[in-house]
Design a protein around this ligand. Structure first.
Ligand code: FES
Length: 325
């Protein structure tokens, strides 16, 4: 038996491609798998430019004996985790954690609306399967930019049949969140997983319809911003440190590599633990988190170092502020 906080050895036993960008990985932990609830993820130690880092990946579907399954989109440009995983062949050795769940499915709602953006389908597949098994009233909306990004469409269709709807933007079939929500019972629960900008659109649609945000549970991924990634500098006068953050690397990782410790947890711009004070800004901040309010983002006095970036310049920061202070 292993503890859920332990890192353990594991082996990549099989892969399967869903189109050119998305690959399913079957990972067998030494000592066997643990049961997990839908919404769970595992952490994987990845290697980026010769350095160890950690990435979280949602587990796909219901538990299978002996393996954990994750689906990873090869993001270009990426912080490097997806590229490293896509370079692995079956037989590769990995270090992983046991499943953890920060995105649990709450039972007992009158109805459920699951909304996935792209690879955000991964935690929602298991939720759809469990809800269907329990006879719950569930609908799933699965949106992607391109048809090839609808990685788990066949599994979703098998689980939900006509209760699932698919939207492909490049075909002109874009998901209209406000229209979708207007048909959904007001006392139902909404689960979302997708990019932060889509979450923002969902929140705005809910606000426009007067729906309580408390009925929304979400997880975001990636770091899709409003601006393309470019290099920027970060200066911390208190520590006498200056680092350059290149495209494809987070400010959090760059600071960490320079020996500057910044607390972090989700690394997806959700928890706010990595938030730092901005003392001076040259250029703009591309806020990519869902933790700070719109007002705070406009003020540019804080930023989430795990996902947000500066463009056309850099930031002078202090790392002493901590969430909750
Ligand atoms: S670590 Fe959670 S918001 Fe950055």
């Amino acid at each position: 038996m292993h503890d859920r906080n332990d890192w353990m050895d594991a082996e990549l036993v099989a892969t399967r491609d869903y189109g050119p960008d998305i690959r399913l990985f079957e990972i067998a932990p030494a000592g066997g798998t643990l049961a997990y609830e839908p919404g769970s993820h595992i952490n994987i130690a990845v290697e980026i430019a010769g350095q160890q880092d950690v990435r979280s990946y949602s587990l796909v579907g219901l538990p299978r004996r002996g393996v954990y399954r994750i689906a990873v989109k090869h993001v270009r440009p990426s912080r490097g985790g997806s590229a490293w995983l896509h370079s692995l062949l079956p037989g590769a050795r990995l270090r992983i954690t046991a499943p953890r769940n920060h995105f649990p499915l709450q039972h007992g709602a009158s109805s459920y609306l699951l909304i996935a953006g792209g690879i955000g389908i991964t935690p929602l597949l298991g939720m759809a399967q469990v809800l269907k098994q329990r006879g719950a009233d569930v609908r799933l909306l699965y949106a992607a930019q391109r048809c090839r990004d609808l990685a788990l469409a066949a599994e979703i269709e098998a689980a939900l049949g006509e209760r699932a709807s698919f939207f492909i933007s490049e075909d002109g079939n874009r998901l209209n969140l406000q229209a979708a929500l207007s048909d959904f019972p007001t006392d139902g629960d909404i689960y979302f997983c997708g990019p932060a900008r889509m979450l923002q659109g969902l929140r705005e649609a809910m606000a426009a319809l007067g729906r309580p945000q408390s009925s929304l549970r979400f997880e975001t991924f990636g770091s899709g911003g409003l601006r393309p990634e470019e290099s920027f500098w970060v200066r911390i006068p208190r520590l006498g440190v200056e680092v350059t953050v290149p495209p494809g690397r987070s400010m959090l990782d760059a600071l960490d590599a320079a020996g500057v410790e910044v607390m972090s947890e989700c690394r997806r711009g959700e928890c706010g633990l990595c938030t730092v004070d901005v003392m001076e800004l040259q250029g703009e901040i591309d806020h990519r988190d869902v933790f700070l309010s719109d007002h705070q983002k406009r003020e540019n006095s804080r930023l989430c170092a795990c996902v947000s970036r500066a463009v056309q310049g850099g930031v002078v920061i202090d790392t002493s502020w901590r969430a909750g202070q």
